[in-house]
Write a protein that binds this ligand. Structure first.
Ligand SMILES: [Zn+2]
Length: 218
């Protein structure tokens, strides 16, 4: 499916989600005239779409919507830390699942139950729910688990991230033979995603992909 078709689909979904703040731009937060994509003209013009980054095994493919920016970083923060869940619909319009992936199921990056209790929700699971609604691909939060409580990845360098996250996930045997799409907001070093993919493949998943909203240009 073309990116523009996909966006039309998710925009319809997003239109319901944007209330009660329909006049505030989702990125700059200015009260102004905004489009059905949730953006003012200035922010829309500044958006940069990224070519999909090259990925390595055990990940079989990767799509990224937007180039990471300060405005997007703030929006991601409002979504995750302030629990402004209306951002799920907004971000979903920038996620894509290519037809050639023949995806069986969408799976969120799991949170440890303790972290989830602290935050109140798993942002990745919410993105999955919206993306599932938009694409018709089912999603499940019962296939991959975070079993080890780890330090926050954000403050660590690439090697530390890999060490920190190693062996911290577990997968259900039900993933056997499935083509799975992991869904997340930001793709940075990929340490978490690669560890998830490794865990899923070890339990027999046939393919593991990632759909991410944004990534820094590299
Ligand atoms: Zn704006």
């Amino acid at each position: 499916m073309e990116r523009s078709d996909k966006r039309k689909q998710t925009l319809a979904l997003f239109a319901d989600a944007i209330a009660p703040g329909p006049y505030e731009c989702m990125l700059c937060e200015e009260e102004t005239v905004i489009g059905e994509d949730g953006l003012c003209d200035a922010c829309r013009e500044k958006l940069l779409y990224l070519p999909n980054p090259v990925c390595q095994q055990p990940l079989d493919g990767l799509t990224v919507g937007l180039r990471y920016s300060d405005e997007l970083a703030s929006a991601v923060m409002r979504f995750k830390k302030n629990e402004q869940t209306e951002y799920a619909g907004f971000f979903t319009q920038f996620l894509s699942v290519p037809d050639e992936w023949h995806a069986d199921i969408l799976v969120p990056i799991p949170m440890h139950p303790v972290k989830k209790r602290l935050r109140g929700f798993n942002h990745s699971a919410l993105l999955c729910a919206y993306l599932s609604h938009a694409t018709g691909i089912p999603y499940s939060t019962e296939l991959l688990y975070k079993v080890k409580l780890t330090n926050e990845q954000k403050k660590l360098d690439a090697a530390e991230r890999r060490r920190n996250i190693k062996n911290s996930f577990a997968a259900s045997d039900l993933v056997k033979g499935l083509r799975i799409v992991l869904v997340d907001d930001v793709f940075t070093t990929g340490a978490t995603v690669y560890e998830c993919a490794k865990t899923l493949k070890r339990s027999g998943a046939e393919k593991v992909y990632l759909a991410a909203v944004t990534a820094p240009d590299r």
